[in-house]
Ligand binder design. Structure first.
Ligand code: NAD
Length: 393
């Protein structure tokens, strides 16, 4: 996926599909003329790499006694339906996003903010209170200017930075030692409920909610050595924080809105070193994604998805201590042998936030160069005689 200057974000990899089937598939309100000679199901399916998902349509049309002349596939937001568009643009103009968990320009939260901004969304961020001062100062002094550059050359604007501590829902929850802690002294209204109220007061509504935060104080301890407090703290900061954010922000989310969190494969496969209950926290986050998708979908027409991201050298990941090893491991063993860039996750998030993903909810979407698909580590000496294709590292 790449971003282009002309029309915000474009799904470049989808282009050959659109181009090769231009007569039957127009972005906007696309017409699929099933009687036309232009429709070759196998051609369309293979061009779009969609053979599995198109097969049920093909079968139902083939067996149907009813003649359908036109099937309208709505792929875009209403505003763009009547405009001629080329490619398949991700258009988030007029949308507002709140991204919780941005405190520098190295993490997934920043990359997601940039992709959403490139697609036209207005950006609000929530920054952990102890990191707020240095983040705002760095932003003001231009330290992030290089990484604020968007595909069209402009700089990403962050309309407002809110102090946030996502382990506290309302002021009554805040213990005395935090209230009197000097790292919290200069900030106010940073519990989840208060932040949601402030955003409502100042902006009215949002369309996109992103949870890009996690914390496990005992992450370097194996699960067997993790204390109850450490385990519960990991779940509070990394899983319940999402439930709480959604609960408090849903009342100000417009119907059709989208919510995204970030998870890690350690929820479903053993990753030694990712301890302290963090693997459990990610498992909870993924399970909650399904339940929240149901509840928020039924009641508020809001979609809820999580991105299972590959390893990135973020501040949080560096603190865990073995991120370089995980990046090397991925390059050696994943189907795609390249280092994952944060932008690839940002672009996937922009897609999930957009009307292009209007039927995707309750899903764990892997953005990890395909590492999740592997059942073995192919760099093991055990496989040395197998002649496995790929670069040796
Ligand atoms: P990051 O350091 O950029 O982001 C983590 C953020 O969480 C920081 O900004 C930190 O200040 C914030 N935070 C911690 N506790 C908080 C609290 N109580 N309230 C509010 N904010 C709080 O690191 P990242 O790796 O980009 O992490 C973002 C998300 O991506 C996390 O959910 C992480 O588990 C997930 N993830 C990361 C990787 C990776 O390899 N980096 C892989 C898969 C998933």
């Amino acid at each position: 996926m790449t971003a282009t200057a002309a029309s915000g974000l474009q799904l470049a990899s989808a282009r050959p599909c659109i181009a090769s089937s231009r007569r039957v598939f127009k972005a906007g309100a696309a017409n699929l003329d099933v009687n036309s000679k232009a429709v070759s199901w196998t051609k369309l399916a293979s061009a779009c790499h969609l053979s599995q998902s198109l097969e049920p349509f093909r079968r139902s049309f083939a067996s149907s006694s009813v003649k359908f002349n036109k099937v309208v596939i709505k792929a875009m937001s209403e505003s763009s339906e009547n405009k001629p568009v080329s490619g398949l643009p991700i258009d988030l103009k007029g949308k507002r996003a709140f991204i919780a968990g941005v405190a520098d320009d190295n993490g997934y939260g920043w990359a997601i903010a940039k992709s959403l901004a490139a697609a036209g969304a207005e950006i609000l961020v929530g920054t952990w209170v102890p990191a707020l001062n240095i983040f705002e100062t760095s932003l003001r002094r231009g330290k992030f200017d290089k990484s604020r550059v968007l595909p069209d050359g402009s700089l990403m604007e962050i309309t407002k930075v809110y102090p946030l501590d996502a382990v506290f829902d309302n002021p009554d929850d805040v213990p005395e030692d935090i209230k009197t802690n000097k790292r919290y002294a200069g900030s106010a209204n940073w519990t989840v409920k208060e932040v949601a109220e402030s955003v409502k007061q100042e902006f009215g509504s949002i369309d996109i909610l992103v949870h890009s935060l996690a914390n496990g104080p005992e992450v370097s301890k194996p699960l067997l050595e993790t204390s109850r407090n450490g385990y519960l703290a990991a779940l509070s900061a990394s899983s319940y924080s999402y439930v709480s954010l959604l609960k408090h922000f849903i009342p100000l989310m417009n119907p059709g809105g989208s919510s995204i969190s970030l998870t890690y494969i350690a929820s479903e496969r053993v990753i030694p070193g990712y301890g302290g209950g963090m693997s459990s926290a990610k498992a909870a986050l993924e399970s909650d994604t399904r339940v929240l998708a149901f509840e928020a979908g039924r009641k508020h027409k809001i979609r809820v998805n999580t991105i299972s991201a590959g390893p990135l050298r973020s501040r949080a990941a560096k603190a865990i201590g073995f991120i370089d090893t995980m990046i090397e491991y991925s390059i050696a063993n994943a189907p795609l042998q390249k280092e994952l860039s944060a932008d690839e996750v940002g672009n996937a998030a922009a897609f999930l936030a957009s009307p292009l993903a209007s039927a995707i909810t309750g899903a764990v979407i892997y953005v990890d160069n395909g590492l999740n698909a592997m059942g073995v580590g192919v760099d093991s000496p055990i496989f040395k005689d197998l002649n496995i294709p790929g670069e040796k590292h």
